[in-house]
Design a protein around this ligand. Structure first.
Ligand code: WT7
Length: 632
């Protein structure tokens, strides 16, 4: 077990050491895990390439550290408490021993289906224990998992399968989400029609038991595949820097990119950060309400908690089903001690009934966490007062798919807590603020672009199949720094407050999207000539999606046209990318070189039309008036 920080002074000491002697510090943390061979070197790095190696030469298997390592002392401790969508159905638990056995059985099934070390396996599944089991089974045999959020469309799924040339898809028959039943297998079938030549096998987990079509020779039932398989499976020994998984995320340009994380560093950092930020003690019940389709689920539903031997709740459903008290009901039912969710969920529940948490016994709660987007002060206060009854510290954890783990956050209740501020960096994390020219801004009470100037163990290693893109996006803007894409402010005491993205990435209900990606989807509509998408402040979602579109032929029924656009976006990406507002325009404000002036469009979408700044350099300044007038 890695070091557990117990006081604020302790944090300061540990932080100092982690910065002054990073290799000594991380070497000590790594030594607490099971390795087949010790590393030769803790760290080797060059941000120019980028080339970052942690625990170079070390050999390990992460699942041995998640599972086998705990068996001698805590095999009967609960690893997962699974709460189904339908609250009248019984919840299901897995002890560490049971989880180990299921992971091994499924790992043997993967092997029997020809999956080998280095093969890519795609998951498209709801929040059921089999998703964690499948992911860990991949890691057991060195296969690389690529989990795709089950809310994405067939086209988006196909894009991701093709980019990673996955050999197998693992899915469910149907997904139960609130009152809805979603035909997951059907979406997979649809995706596989889109030229996914690399797929040999589809394994289907029976979730709702609804009817599905099975393609002979390709589609197999999960239950058939694990039947008769042994409960042990020798872990494949991996190099520290072997790939553990790919997870797709959006950037300012182009298609989503496959962020690559590797075994050794990711293991060390997710356990260390989990335990310290949440101040997790053995026996506590921890619940992260995220979906495993996002990085939060990878690091803090699967790997971090299991590495730490924790007990965690996994929830299949949605916060508002059967009613907006569901989260609090689950906290009461399972006596949740640490609860981790997104500001969007907090805002949505707050709007559904300010007083709802008071109807439940939330006395087990010790700590609350938030992640994914800036939290506004109203939501922070409500969370603190109504949910935590002013006795639970809030950890506002800033991080990204690319960072693999939490980067800036309060340490349990140990470090200073200030609403809307993520706070201080975790040990080993060296954030800085820089100017647009790349000059570091020293001192407090300053604002700038957020960069990280030293490697940390769980950082992105590459973007799958396109290393140059990784270099360009994250390591080329500023010399010898990782650029986050966020703007931030450091207050008088050095606490960081994340302001938001400074690039063309928007954050809608904690879902990250590239404006270009949404534009490309909209442009698939036959009658659309060009479009521009921007984010605007939205009370519940944090940011809403505003789309300006130029059409070829005038439409009679604007609402019908809007519906068609939503349909196209749903087909290309998924319902999460549907614009909240669509405005038909005759032109878009452009610079003389033909670039869309998004700054102006953002202001108009936010209703801030007084301070548009200088529009005289536009190629077509006259268009601005029209756009303002027609605001949706
Ligand atoms: C972007 C990363 C980290 C897991 C979920 C999101 C924003 C994330 C916070 C926070 C303000 C936050 C940033 C970041 N973000 N956490 N606590 N406060 N903003 O991962 O999908 O990779 O998105 O989410 O803008 O860059 P992601």
């Amino acid at each position: 077990m890695t070091y557990r920080i117990k006081t604020f002074d302790d944090y300061k000491k540990v932080y100092k050491k982690s910065v002054e002697k990073p290799e000594v510090f991380w070497g000590q943390q790594a030594a607490t895990f099971k390795w087949h061979k010790k590393w030769d070197k803790v760290l080797e790095w060059d941000f120019k390439k980028p080339d970052v190696k942690w625990f170079k030469g070390g050999k390990l298997n992460i699942t041995e550290n998640c599972l086998d390592r705990h068996l001698p002392k805590r095999k009967n401790d609960t690893a997962i408490i699974w709460e189904p969508n339908d609250p009248s159905q019984p919840f299901v638990t897995y002890t560490y021993q049971e989880l180990h056995d299921e992971v091994c059985r499924f790992a043997n099934a993967l092997k029997a289906n020809g999956i080998k070390k280095g093969d890519r396996v795609c998951f498209y599944m709801p929040m059921v224990p089999e998703l964690s089991i499948g992911v860990l089974a991949c890691a057991r045999i060195g296969a690389i998992h690529s989990v795709v959020f089950a809310g994405f469309s067939a086209t988006a799924l196909a894009d991701r399968i093709k980019d990673a040339t996955c050999k197998m898809v693992i899915c469910s028959d149907y997904n139960a989400r609130g009152a809805k039943t979603i035909p997951v297998k059907e979406v997979v079938d649809e995706a596989l029609k889109q030229n996914c030549k690399s797929i040999e096998t589809v394994i289907v987990h029976k979730n709702t038991g609804g009817k599905v079509k099975m393609k002979k020779g390709r589609d197999k039932w999960w239950s058939d595949e694990v039947s008769g398989k042994r409960k042990t499976c020798k872990p494949t020994v991996m190099n520290s820097e072997d790939m553990l998984f790919i997870l797709y995320t959006s950037g300012s340009t182009g298609k989503p990119k496959g962020v690559v994380h590797t075994c050794g560093g990711y293991m060390v950092y997710t356990e260390f950060s989990f335990k310290n930020v949440f101040q997790y003690d053995r026996g506590d019940v921890y619940w992260c309400s995220a979906d495993i389709g996002w990085i939060t689920g990878h690091s803090y539903i699967i790997y971090g908690p299991l590495l730490a031997g924790a007990t965690s709740v996994m929830f299949e459903g949605v916060p508002t089903y059967p009613d907006a008290g569901r989260f609090w009901h689950i906290c009461e039912k399972h006596k949740v001690n640490q609860f981790y969710t997104a500001p969007t969920a907090i805002r949505a529940l707050m709007a559904k009934g300010d007083d709802l948490p008071n109807h439940y016994d939330l006395s087990a709660l010790k700590l609350l966490g938030t992640v994914g987007e800036p939290i506004n002060v109203e939501a922070w206060n409500w969370y603190y007062e109504k949910v935590g009854k002013k006795k639970c510290p809030i950890v506002d954890t800033w991080w990204q798919t690319e960072t693999g783990g939490m980067m800036i956050s309060g340490m349990g209740g140990l470090s200073p807590m200030k609403p809307t501020h993520a706070g201080l960096p975790l040990p080993g994390i060296q954030p800085c603020l820089v100017t647009a020219e790349g000059k570091e801004i020293k001192g407090n009470n300053k604002e700038g672009l957020l960069c990280i100037k030293y490697p940390w163990p769980s950082m992105i290693r590459t973007t799958y199949g396109d290393h140059e893109r990784c270099r360009q996006v994250y390591f080329s803007a500023f010399e010898n720094m990782y650029f986050t894409g966020d703007g931030a402010r450091r207050d008088k005491k050095g606490l960081y407050r994340i302001i938001g993205r400074v690039d063309d990435v928007i954050n809608v209900s904690g879902h990250r999207m590239g404006t270009a990606e949404v534009e490309n989807a909209i442009n698939e509509h036959d009658n659309v000539v060009e479009s521009a998408v921007v984010g605007y402040p939205h009370d519940i979602k944090g940011q809403g999606i505003y789309a300006y579109v130029i059409i070829q032929n005038a439409v009679k029924d604007v609402n019908a046209f809007r519906k068609e656009v939503l349909k196209v976006v749903t087909k290309e990406i998924g319902p999460i990318a549907k614009p909240d507002k669509i405005q038909i325009v005759s032109g878009l404000p452009k610079t003389r070189s033909g670039k869309i002036m998004r700054r102006i469009l953002r202001k108009i979408a936010s209703g801030d039309t007084k301070n548009l700044g200088d529009t005289s350099t536009l190629l077509n300044p006259e268009i601005v008036k029209e756009v303002i007038k027609g605001k949706a």
